[in-house]
Design a protein around this ligand. Structure first.
Ligand SMILES: [Zn+2]
Length: 106
């Protein structure tokens, strides 16, 4: 179970998404760990997941939010997001100097 909560609000382009952590296995009922509701500006992620899975899922769903206007097919977008989630998580974790550099505001 994750002991660090995700941010409640995340800016994605011009939009502010609310991040909702869904308890009690409700996301399991629909067969997924997360969901990005682009019309509602809500990203839902299942509670009670290991932290790395939660972050992977959040990054995956943010990928959907970022790619919404690109015009990929649903299948293409899903494949890209499946790569983005674990890929970005691994990249950011392995390279704190990169995170510092990218987020710097000189
Ligand atoms: Zn997806």
């Amino acid at each position: 179970m994750a002991d660090v909560k995700p941010p409640e609000l995340l800016e994605v382009g011009p939009h502010v998404y609310r991040v909702v952590v869904v308890p009690d296995g409700v996301m399991d009922d629909v067969g997924r760990y997360g969901h990005a509701s682009l019309d509602r500006l809500v990203i839902a992620v299942a509670a009670d997941m290991p932290h790395s899975v939660l972050v992977d899922t959040l990054l995956h769903e943010l990928g959907h939010a970022l790619l919404a206007s690109v015009g990929l097919t649903e299948a293409q977008e899903e494949r890209v997001c499946l790569a983005l989630g674990p890929g970005l998580l691994g990249l950011l974790r392995a390279n704190p100097a990169l995170v510092e550099f990218v987020t710097a505001t000189p």
